[in-house]
Design a protein around this ligand. Structure first.
Ligand SMILES: [Zn+2]
Length: 297
C-alpha cells in the first residue's frame, strides 16, 4: 500500500466531475451462498411490527488523492443527504441511521477503483490499518468506480462502498446497505438449480418463492433484463416463462425496487414488506455480531 494517512475533513467547492458507470453492484459470491442458511437456524418473528426500533451509527470515509485534492462530492451536504435517503426508506421498518462522523483518507491507490478486486483490496487495507469503526456502519467513498456502481463487503456486515457520484444520485447506498442486511437482488439468482417459479400460490406444486431467487416471497420472480423495459413508463413487456412454464408477471413496482438491477432508468424508491421483514430478521440474527456493535441504543 502506498502512502496513507487521514486528516480532518476539509470541504471545498470546486466544480464536480462525475464518471460514467454502471448500475451493477458487487458482493462476494461465496457470501451469497451462505447468507440464506442463517435464516433457518432459529424461529424468527414474521412481521415488522414484531421488532423494536433500532438506530445504527454510520461513518463515512472519503478517499482523496495524496496531494489532498479531488473527490469534491464527498462533502457534508451530500453526506447529510445520503443519510437522509437511508432514513427515508429504512425508517419504514423502524431502522434509523445516525451520522457519527466523516474522515478523509489520502490514497492514490483507492481514489479510483478499477474493478471489484480493487474494492476487496481496499477493504483489506481498511481493516488492516484500523480504518473501520466497529461502532458504526462504514461507507467508503472513492472518487470513481469502473465496471460497478457500488459494493458491499459481505452480508451481515457493516462495510460498503460507493463512488462519489452516488452521494448525488439516490439509490445505490440504500441498495448496498440492503446487502449488508442480507437482501439479495430480486432478479439475479436464476439458474437451472435455483429457478424461482412465477407462481405465488403456496399450494401450487411449483411454488418455491421462499427458497429460491431472493428468498423473499412478495418480490415477484424475475430475471436479468435484456431490452424489454419501456424506460419511459418503467414497465416490462415480457412473454418469457419461468423454468416450469409459468409466464413471468413483473409489476412496475419491481423495477422501482432498490434491489432490482439492470433497470437504471427506473427510479428506485421502495422495498417490499417481505424485504423489510428480512432486514429486521437479519438484524435479529446478527451472526457475526456486527450489528449489535454498530447500534446507538
Ligand atoms: Zn447489489
Amino acid at each position: 500500500m502506498k502512502f496513507f494517512c487521514t486528516l480532518l475533513m476539509v470541504f471545498c467547492c470546486s466544480a464536480l466531475v462525475f464518471s460514467q458507470d454502471t448500475e451493477e453492484c458487487f458482493i462476494p459470491k461465496i457470501e451469497t451462498d451462505t447468507a440464506p442458511l442463517h435464516y433457518s437456524e432459529k424461529k424468527l418473528p414474521q412481521r415488522v411490527s414484531d421488532f423494536e426500533p433500532v438506530t445504527f451509527n454510520i461513518y463515512f470515509w472519503g478517499f482523496r488523492l495524496e496531494d489532498n485534492t479531488g473527490n469534491v462530492a464527498f462533502n457534508q451536504e451530500n453526506i447529510d443527504n445520503a443519510v437522509r435517503w437511508l432514513n427515508e426508506i429504512y425508517n419504514q421498518c423502524n431502522v434509523s441511521f445516525n451520522l457519527l462522523g466523516t474522515e478523509i483518507i489520502l490514497s492514490d491507490e483507492h481514489y479510483i477503483l478499477e474493478n471489484q478486486i480493487e474494492f476487496l483490496s481496499m477493504i483489506r487495507d481498511m481493516r488492516s490499518n484500523g480504518y473501520v469503526r466497529e461502532d458504526a456502519f462504514n461507507i467508503y467513498v472513492s472518487n470513481q468506480y469502473f465496471g460497478f456502481g457500488g459494493a458491499a463487503a459481505a452480508y451481515f456486515d457493516t462495510l460498503a462502498g460507493i463512488p462519489a457520484v452516488k452521494l448525488i444520485d439516490s439509490g445505490t447506498i440504500q441498495h448496498e446497505v440492503g446487502h449488508c442486511f442480507s437482501l439479495l437482488h430480486t432478479n439475479q439468482i436464476i439458474d437451472a438449480t435455483n429457478c424461482e417459479s412465477a407462481t405465488r400460490d403456496p399450494n401450487n406444486k411449483y411454488y418455491n418463492a421462499d427458497i429460491t431467487g431472493d428468498l423473499v416471497t412478495d418480490t415477484d420472480a424475475c430475471y436479468i433484463f435484456t431490452s424489454e423495459i419501456d424506460t419511459d413508463s418503467c414497465t416490462l413487456s415480457s412473454n418469457r416463462n419461468d423454468c416450469f412454464g409459468y409466464p413471468y408477471t413483473i409489476p412496475s413496482s419491481l423495477l422501482h425496487n432498490y434491489m432490482t438491477i439492470g433497470a437504471p432508468s427506473c427510479t428506485k424508491d421502495q422495498f417490499t414488506n417481505g424485504q423489510f421483514v428480512r432486514i429486521r430478521q437479519a438484524i435479529e440474527l446478527d451472526p457475526e455480531g456486527k450489528f449489535s456493535k454498530a447500534r446507538v441504543d
